[in-house]
Design a protein around this ligand. Structure first.
Ligand code: CU
Length: 111
């Protein structure tokens, strides 16, 4: 039993450290662009898509604390987010305004 306790004393901290590193890495990579970014939610109408649907132009309602109503572009976080969404659709969406001036959709769905 003494040897098991000895092994546990070594293994437990190593496992905890590995888990902490894994969690930290995941948060850093998947949400890196969202670090320090403000998120906003609003509604709008889809006007057009950029090449390869790399962005979507939306005539959005007023966004409290951010800007008045206007048409502008938003980047999907993944291509799948824009599946089933077409020009003319009314949508509700949330986006992160990044420090480098991008607006990345975190959620978008048809109304
Ligand atoms: Cu705008």
């Amino acid at each position: 039993m003494r040897s098991i306790a000895k092994v546990a004393r070594f293994v437990v901290p190593v496992v905890l450290l590995a888990a902490a590193v894994a969690v930290g890495t995941r948060v850093w990579t998947s949400d890196a662009y969202a670090c320090g970014a403000e998120t906003y939610s609003t509604r709008g109408v889809v006007k057009s898509f950029g090449d390869g649907r790399r962005y979507v132009n939306i005539a959005h309602d007023k966004i409290d604390g951010y800007m008045a109503a206007m048409t502008m572009s938003f980047e999907p976080r993944t291509p799948e987010q824009l599946q089933g969404i077409d020009v003319g659709d009314r949508v509700s969406f949330t986006f992160a305004a990044t420090e480098d001036g991008r607006r990345v959709l975190t959620v978008i769905k048809k109304d």
